[in-house]
Design a protein around this ligand. Structure first.
Ligand SMILES: CC(C)(COP(=O)(O)OP(=O)(O)OC[C@H]1O[C@@H](n2cnc3c(N)ncnc32)[C@H](O)[C@@H]1OP(=O)(O)O)[C@@H](O)C(=O)NCCC(=O)NCCS
Length: 163
């Protein structure tokens, strides 16, 4: 198999490549997340928000046409005090290669550059891979939010202080 290289890029919605990247992300969203957690309906609105950003990892396989999205993360910094990681996912066949960790670190770094004091996120405790990744990155559980996703589905609220 041809060697693959991966780079983390910030999505520029006005760039001609953005449509292809968003299509890729929408396809992954449909596979990875249940409908009510999916960005599919809201991605264009989310991208218009001034304080939000979407970063993605594109794999350029030698001999391929490039631009294949292997993972993505979304963050929002609504105030100077607190930012949120609102999405993180890696394509199933590309997991356990450090991509999730790299995307999370890049999203946190963007929040740090905006001088926010705390980054928080919500995660279903059943998503054990994600919880382990967040803990490894330095996030701690702050609270369990009952019924956050659905009647029987709670969330951990996790946070990391940057200063
Ligand atoms: C969570 C997710 C993004 C991790 O992506 P990934 O690229 O496989 O993660 P990495 O290879 O960077 O792993 C980094 C660390 O995360 C943890 N981790 C990742 N996958 C794990 C698994 N299957 N089981 C346990 N720990 C895991 C480990 O601590 C790992 O560090 P290590 O390799 O030193 O053990 C990926 O599994 C995913 O997309 N899951 C579905 C979507 C999801 O749950 N998103 C979070 C919603 S809030």
């Amino acid at each position: 198999m041809a060697a693959a290289a991966a780079a983390i890029l910030e999505l520029d919605p006005s760039h001609e490549r953005a449509g292809r990247v968003i299509d890729n992300i929408v396809r992954l969203e449909r596979r990875i997340f249940p409908k009510h957690e999916s960005l599919v309906r809201s991605i264009h609105d989310e991208l218009k928000r001034r304080n939000s950003g979407l970063i993605y990892m594109a794999s350029t396989v030698a001999g391929g046409d490039g631009d294949e999205v292997v993972g993505y993360a979304m963050y929002t910094c609504p105030t100077s005090l607190c930012a949120s990681i609102t999405k993180l996912a890696v394509k199933e066949s590309c997991r356990r290669q450090g991509h999730g960790e790299a995307l999370l670190a890049a999203a946190v770094e963007r929040c740090r550059r905006r001088r926010v004091q705390r980054v928080s996120l919500h995660v279903d405790p059943a998503r054990t891979a994600a919880v382990a990744l967040y803990r490894k990155a330095g996030f701690q559980v702050d609270a369990t939010v009952m019924g956050y996703y659905a009647t029987q589905r709670d969330a951990y609220r996790m946070f990391m202080d940057l200063q």
